[in-house]
Design a protein around this ligand. Structure first.
Ligand code: G
Ligand code: G
Ligand code: MN
Ligand code: NA
Length: 249
């Protein structure tokens, strides 16, 4: 309850920041996309990460205004990052909100951000909880020209059925699967066949959480289109990010 009140105040006092983590093209090694990761700069200096405050925001419904703030801020920041796609995490509670597609449409209109440069990352939780509403919202969102990525693939359950039903434009292989694939043959087989399947369905594939050159070589060989992880970049503020754009890593 305390944290919930603090989050409410944080929004009105403009204490949130959007940081950006690049996704690097597996072949050209150029930055193609940046993922928006929310940060909270508390005046008392005590860091609370999104893994802690996002669940509280989700339970309280505050994720709706916070999520819209992230979208608006990121679209403004990225307006002049020519050729770069923006990737924004969307919670189940946001996707379940029937107002969400309309609000997204307004933000695109007001900021002038090209919808073709926006990608939304959703998790299968969004789809399990309310597949009918999710499908309708995703149709509306795609109608704008916005793409949809399935995030955290490899951590959940029935993902293969979802791939067929929801036709994501991108699959993001979770970092736990990337790490395990480097350790054991069974996990590697799951990762490699998931990538093959996704590509056969015309999806783009990103490997997340790549921390070593060995992992990067492995996911490249398996056919990933983009590589994301601390090997290349951590999330950083916009002014730092712009110094890295248009330079191969
Ligand atoms: O930034 P970090 O890597 O610590 O993120 C932790 C978790 O919080 C991840 O699961 C990430 O997807 C989620 N997260 C970060 N920023 C946002 C955001 O703006 N909206 C939502 N819904 N989740 C976010
Ligand atoms: O759930 P999602 O995939 O959106 O989570 C993003 C989270 O993963 C963020 O908390 C981000 O800081 C973290 N992350 C990004 N790259 C790496 C990495 O290479 N290693 C680790 N351990 N975490 C990472
Ligand atoms: Mn994500
Ligand atoms: Na993920």
């Amino acid at each position: 309850k305390d944290l919930e009140d603090e989050l409410r105040t944080a929004l009105s006092r403009d204490e949130f920041r959007v940081h950006y983590q690049p996704l690097v093209d597996a072949e050209t090694r150029q930055i193609t996309t940046v993922e928006c990761l929310l940060r909270w700069e508390r005046p008392d200096g005590k860091d609370v990460g999104p893994a802690v405050f996002i669940p509280v925001a989700e339970e309280s419904g505050l994720i709706n205004p916070i999520g819209l703030w992230v979208l608006r801020q990121a679209c403004c920041d990225a307006l002049e990052w020519e050729g770069i796609t923006l990737s924004v995490n969307i919670s189940a509670a946001q996707l379940r909100n029937p107002e969400f597609p309309i609000q997204l449409g307004h933000i695109l209109e007001e900021t002038g951000f090209a919808p073709e440069r926006l990608e939304l990352e959703i998790t299968e939780t969004c789809l399990v909880l309310d597949p009918v509403v999710a499908e309708r919202s995703l149709d509306l969102i795609r109608g704008f020209g916005v793409r949809v990525a399935l995030d955290d693939f490899g951590t959940g359950y029935a993902s293969i059925g979802f791939l067929r039903q929801f036709r994501f434009e991108k699959l993001k292989i979770d970092r736990s699967l990337v790490a395990q694939a480097h350790e054991d043959d069974g996990s590697r087989a799951i990762m490699v066949s998931s990538i093959t399947l996704a590509r056969a369905m015309n999806m783009d594939v990103t490997a997340e959480g790549v921390e070593t050159e060995e992992q990067a070589a492995m996911v490249r060989a398996a056919g990933c289109d983009q590589v994301q992880g601390w090997l290349y970049f951590k999330a950083m503020p916009a002014d730092e990010l712009v110094q890295h754009l248009n330079k191969p890593v």
